[in-house]
Design a protein around this ligand. Structure first.
Ligand code: FES
Length: 147
């Protein structure tokens, strides 16, 4: 079996699919190399992520990692949310095949983009958050090296 049971579960029954109408932050990130796009919506109040939803036009691993990433971020403070890296998402899913690692990077980057949007809308700076990219394809080599 190429995918873990958890990956299959989150792919077949993705959590948090949809939009948040009055989202505090929205992040959209794509990967031009595979053509996949992920959009994440966050509802943040008093520094806590109360809700997270996503829409993903992408492969099964992109759906599963968006699902897990939105599950992990709910209830977290903004600083804790920054610790939800692609590695943390992959660990929570019991791993991904190496060719699918970039899909989890899309999830991490979309979360960061949504947090960045929230920070911009509120005129705040989130320490440790770097400006996200629109297309992670540019960064792909770096991500693979990190593995
Ligand atoms: Fe591109 Fe999975 S193949 S996100």
């Amino acid at each position: 079996m190429m995918y873990s049971e958890k990956v299959m579960d989150h792919f077949m029954n993705p959590r948090n699919v949809g939009e948040i109408e009055d989202a505090s932050g929205v992040g959209t990130v794509g990967n031009a190399k595979c053509g996949d796009i992920m959009k994440i919506f966050l509802k943040i109040e008093d520094g806590i992520v109360l809700d997270a939803k996503f829409k993903t036009f992408g492969c099964g691993a992109a759906v599963a990692t968006s699902s897990m990433a939105t599950e992990l971020i709910k209830g977290k403070t903004i600083q804790e949310a920054l610790e939800i890296t692609n590695k943390a998402v992959m660990e929570a899913l019991d791993g991904l095949p190496p060719v699918k690692v970039h899909c989890s990077c899309l999830a991490e980057e979309a979360l960061h983009a949504a947090l960045w949007d929230y920070a911009e809308k509120n005129g705040i700076v989130i320490e440790g958050l770097e400006k996200p990219v629109n297309d992670i394809g540019e960064h792909e080599e770096g991500y693979y090296e990190a593995e």
